[in-house]
Design a protein around this ligand. Structure first.
Ligand code: UDP
Length: 416
């Protein structure tokens, strides 16, 4: 049996006052058309990273608007996660030698998951498969109904992939009835995919991670972690991973601290089950911080959960996202939504979020530290940058828009 996740309940009507009326109505119209459709989301983990984050909101909302929606986790264990982590990195351009052994491990877990799905014996109208880990499920799922439509949702930056891994996966991915990518640059060259959809992800403005917190409540939480809320702090929330460049963030902080000696740095990273590299990189970051008492490292394992992340994001003087590669960067959306000034790398999905005045895009450590200095020195400017960024998110990157785009694709695939 595959693990089925219970994502709790949400009510779409609660979003009415946050979004535009026409978007609210559009969701209802589409929901009426696909009412009762049976949707199964499958991914590799129920905890850590952006996909799980999205599904905890999307699945309850899909249910609330009338779909029969479930979420299951594919089979996985360390050897499999090691391979899929390599695939993930390779698809983002890292060096990696695809071996027959790795291929066999990857295929084995997909085959077993497909078998378990068949044994469950349930009928699904839409199989919504997230990311490369379960990408072979369609191939191995001879046992599922012919009428099931298969969607493959790619959350990562595949614009300059390792060709060998890409060539291996591409035929499987192309075989899906529809593919969703965050942006055009990530789609296969000369795609010829009839149901290709470009849908960026979104955040839930009402989740504990993103709901409005008063300054007092946020300070109360942040203080408990030893961070001095009377002094400024920079923040990056991200897995401990070379692509997120926590060491670069420390360099940015050190350069900015030359001008602002009271500056602190907070790095928060969740440890995901499918991320074996996480611990190595955590220790690398601890070593790089070299005992600096103004650098704080936290994780879900030190009790920094959603509310705490919210509190830190709500109070940070500057939110940094120093990624080397980034599929979309939900943490950027989260930081912007808190109205905080953002300094973020010009990579992947970040530039479409950080546009015209709503944050500062940077290409290297020098630019990042200059941007931090500027924002720390000019509170008026920082406030305006934060305000513009927040409105951009309201318009484009909140869950109701994602729900609408997914429902529109379901309607298209189901011909209703
Ligand atoms: N996250 C978290 N706690 C942490 C680190 C990350 O809850 O300590 C969340 C973060 O708030 C965001 C998600 O994990 O919602 C990361 O998504 P993103 O798209 O930024 O990056 P990914 O990890 O998927 O590459």
């Amino acid at each position: 049996m595959l693990q089925r996740v219970n994502p709790g309940n949400k009510s779409f009507s609660d979003y009415r006052s946050i979004i535009r009326r026409d978007l609210y109505d559009e969701v209802h119209e589409l929901a009426e058309r696909v009412k009762g459709a049976r949707i199964l989301h499958i991914n590799a983990t129920s905890f850590g990273g952006g996909v799980a984050e999205i599904l905890y909101t999307l699945v309850p909302l899909m249910r609330d608007v009338g779909l029969e929606c479930e979420w299951e986790i594919m089979f996985g264990a360390e050897p499999f996660f090691n391979v899929t982590k390599s695939f993930h990195n390779a698809l983002q351009g890292a060096d990696y030698e695809l071996t027959i052994e790795d291929q066999a491990i990857y295929e084995e877990y997909n085959r077993r998951t497909a078998q378990a799905l068949a044994e469950e014996g349930e009928e699904w109208d839409i199989m919504f498969v997230h990311d490369p880990q379960p990408a072979l499920l369609k191939e191995f799922s001879g046992g599922l109904s012919d009428s099931t439509k298969w969607i493959w949702r790619c959350h990562i930056d595949t614009s300059t992939p390792n060709q060998k891994v890409y060539d291996y996966l591409e035929p499987y991915v192309k075989d899906y009835d529809a593919q969703i990518y965050t942006m055009r640059e990530y789609t296969p060259p000369g795609d010829g995919l009839p149901n290709l959809a470009l849908i960026p992800p979104a955040i839930d403005p009402l989740s504990p991670k993103n709901m409005a917190l008063s300054r007092e409540d946020a300070s109360y939480i942040v203080n408990q972690f030893g961070v001095d809320t009377e002094r400024p702090f920079l923040l990056q929330v991200s897995r401990f991973d070379p692509w997120k460049d926590p060491l670069g963030v420390i360099d940015v902080y050190r350069a900015a601290k030359e001008d602002v000696p009271e500056l602190q740095l907070v790095l928060i990273g969740s440890m995901a089950h499918d991320d074996p590299e996480g611990w190595d990189y955590w220790y690398k970051t601890v070593n790089y911080a070299a005992g600096d008492q103004d650098i704080f490292l936290f994780s879900n394992l030190t009790n920094v959960g959603a509310i705490e992340v919210n509190a830190f994001q709500s109070l940070a003087d500057v939110v940094i996202q120093k990624s080397i590669r980034e599929g979309f960067g939900l943490v950027v959306t989260e930081g912007l939504w808190k109205g905080r000034p953002m300094v973020a790398s010009r990579v992947g999905g970040i530039p479409m979020q950080v546009t015209s005045g709503g944050g500062i895009l940077v290409d290297d450590i020098g630019e990042a530290s200059d941007a931090c200095r500027k924002l720390l020195a000019d509170a008026e400017f920082a406030r305006e940058v934060g305000r513009i960024g927040k409105e951009h998110v309201r318009e484009h990157y909140l869950t109701p828009r994602l729900l609408r785009d997914d429902l529109a694709l379901f309607a298209k695939l189901l011909g209703v």
